[in-house]
Design a protein around this ligand. Structure first.
Ligand code: 5GP
Length: 192
């Protein structure tokens, strides 16, 4: 998606060999017009899939997930990473190793928010090694719900997440696909 690639080129900062900082429009300050455009694009790509729910992980997935839920007019559920006093219901949980924090976290959602008749679209901000998405897929499986696909804002195609999802034949739509960071510069995959 050209709009997104242009914004990444303008505002993205490459940190080391593998990390992109996009706190100007996605991970700290959020650009609502850009989020709306991303949500519309995910809607176009999954319009035929009869989506009933959007699923993401707090906190960075929430903005693009909400924009997508607004395009589909379906609820948005975010898995929580932190134990909460109010989260006392029966839970679905999964263990997720965090790429950026290098620690393992449990993610959890209340069982009442995911049903066997749900068709779910997973949305996340980044796809790196695929751990966050795998955790969400695990939870969808526990609920016996149906996975329609995965929508990613920024995929780093040189890490193993995309390959894992392709091997499982999961429809994955990434709006920007980064091939490599070369000398601090961002190289994108050619668009199809
Ligand atoms: P994965 O689980 O695919 O290894 O990593 C995905 C999660 O790690 C995303 O939800 C995102 O929060 C975080 N992440 C992975 N790579 C990056 C990155 O390059 N920049 C930022 N800001 N977050 C990242």
């Amino acid at each position: 998606m050209k709009l997104l690639e242009d914004r990444i080129k303008k505002d993205g900062q490459v940190l080391g060999a593998e990390v992109l900082k996009v706190d100007n429009f996605l991970n700290h300050q959020i650009d609502p017009d850009l989020m709306t455009a991303l949500g519309q694009e995910f809607y176009q790509q999954f319009a035929d899939a009869k989506i009933t729910k959007i699923l993401t992980v707090e906190s960075s997935g929430i903005a693009p997930a909400l924009a997508t839920g607004m395009a589909f007019h379906v609820p948005v559920v975010f898995a929580r990473k932190h134990k909460s006093l109010t989260l006392k219901d029966d839970l679905y949980t999964a263990e997720v190793y965090s790429f950026t924090k290098k620690t393992s976290n449990q993610i959890a959602i209340a069982q009442k928010f995911l049903q066997a008749d749900d068709t779910v679209l997973i949305i996340d901000d980044f796809l790196a090694n695929g751990q966050a998405v795998e955790g969400l897929i695990d939870i969808i499986g526990q609920a016996n719900a149906t996975l329609a696909g995965v929508g990613i804002v920024i995929e780093k195609s040189f890490q193993k997440g995309r390959k894992l999802l392709d091997e499982r034949q999961i429809k994955t739509v990434s709006l920007a696909r980064i091939k490599a960071f070369v000398d601090g510069q961002i190289e994108f995959e050619e668009e199809d």
